[in-house]
Design a protein around this ligand. Structure first.
Ligand SMILES: [Mg+2]
Length: 145
């Protein structure tokens, strides 16, 4: 499977708050963003199960910067989709905020109810993670099977 993850308010706290991983000296030096507790273990487990791990964000952070940030956490992302990449490849008149099928993504993880609705409408699979779910990573693994 190809599994994609949203960044803001799903893995990186913004308007939604959750506990984040301690950053190493090197990560602080590179001003790497804080990641939700459980993120790295979850991504590593997904990869160990043979899945591909993508980031799919509506932000304009440069893909190379996002890739490097996860690399400093020990994760080699298989692909990064930001708003620019999305705009280039998703040409649906209804303009969904995200459209994972355009990138052959089987499952998208997000915090947004709107993305969940888009998934129902456009027939793509999502898991919506709430900020207060401490078992979020286990729940995702259980859903992946
Ligand atoms: Mg989000």
């Amino acid at each position: 499977m190809i599994i994609s993850f949203d960044l803001d308010d799903t893995l990186i706290p913004g308007t939604k708050k959750f506990d984040t991983l301690e950053r190493t000296f090197l990560q602080k030096l590179w001003k790497v963003e804080r990641l939700r507790i459980g993120t790295i273990e979850l991504m590593k487990t997904c990869k160990a199960k043979g899945h591909k791990v993508y980031v799919y964000t509506t932000s304009y952070r440069p893909p190379r910067k996002i890739w490097w940030m996860f690399y400093l956490y020990g994760i080699k992302l298989d692909k990064v989709i930001n708003q620019q990449v999305h705009n280039k490849f998703v040409r649906i008149p209804a303009k969904p905020s995200k459209y994972p099928p355009a990138f052959n993504i089987d499952l998208h993880i997000d915090d947004s109810k709107g993305v969940e609705m888009e998934g129902n409408h456009f027939n793509f699979r999502t898991i919506i993670v709430s900020e207060d779910n401490l078992n979020w990573a286990e729940d995702i693994l259980a859903a992946i099977g």
